[in-house]
Design a protein around this ligand. Structure first.
Ligand SMILES: [Zn+2]
Length: 249
């Protein structure tokens, strides 16, 4: 099994978004997708943000994304075409995780059933998060799921609500015992320091569920001896392998 991290550029957020109620300077954070070549197919988790949408609706987040940082270009960097992807999974449906979904018309799209419903009929305060609706195109092939599930051998989705109502994290367990399991927490916490302090993102729909999900990420990491990968941690991101480089599990 091979795992690529696909760099999709960066945006700027308030420190109180990075860590709820913790003041500090604005911070530029990365956005990325995860591509996994598995015996059962080519799985793509999240698709980053769309530059045009972000500039139009969230210009204050000062998005930066080169043509090389779009999903099609990143797939190519990893040696694939858009048409090679067999399953698209979204951790949740916020704009910075669905921006490239539209490139995969008709492809099976696994999403938590509550996330799908909520993104279509969200609370007013969730407007910016769910502002990019291009994932919900005519003919989209959703596979709504719920509960913890093994998507394919060694690819585990486990429920981690709080940031959004149907948020999933991903655990990748290796075929060989020589490699370390990888745990993509996605937006349960944005950074390593946030995990250590137990502080969820400023944006959330259920902060008490968010607290439990932080505990859950820690438990799963400990139980499996997994390395945790953070969704929006600029410092940690520089230490990750980026496509075309990959992790072999
Ligand atoms: Zn995010």
């Amino acid at each position: 099994m091979k795992v690529w991290i696909l760099d999709n550029g960066s945006i700027v957020i308030e420190h109180t978004q990075l860590m709820w109620n913790v003041p500090g300077p604005q911070v530029r954070i990365p956005s990325y997708a995860v591509l996994i070549e598995h015996d059962d197919g080519l799985f793509l988790f999240d698709t980053g943000f769309d530059l045009e949408h972000t500039n139009a609706v969230l210009p204050f987040e000062l998005p930066e994304q080169t043509p090389e940082q779009t999903i099609p270009a990143q797939l190519e960097l990893a040696g694939f075409a858009v048409s090679d992807v067999t399953t698209l999974v979204n951790s949740h449906l916020h704009f910075d995780h669905v921006g490239g979904n539209k490139h995969f018309a008709g492809l099976k799209n696994v999403v938590h059933e509550q996330e799908l419903a909520q993104a279509r009929h969200h609370e007013p305060f969730e407007f910016f998060g769910y502002s990019d609706k291009t994932w919900d195109y005519e003919g989209a092939n959703f596979e709504p799921v719920s509960g913890d599930l093994e998507l394919a051998k060694g690819l585990w989705l486990f429920e981690t609500p709080g940031h959004t109502i149907g948020h999933y994290s991903l655990l990748v367990t290796p075929e060989s015992s020589a490699a370390r399991p990888m745990l993509f927490a996605f937006d349960v916490v944005y950074t390593q320091p946030a995990l250590e302090k137990g502080i969820q993102p400023g944006f959330h729909i259920d902060p008490r569920a968010g607290v439990r999900s932080i505990a859950r990420v820690k438990e799963v990491a400990t139980e499996h001896g997994a390395d945790i990968y953070f969704s929006h941690d600029a410092a940690a991101f520089t230490t990750y392998k980026h496509a075309p480089d990959f992790y072999e599990l």
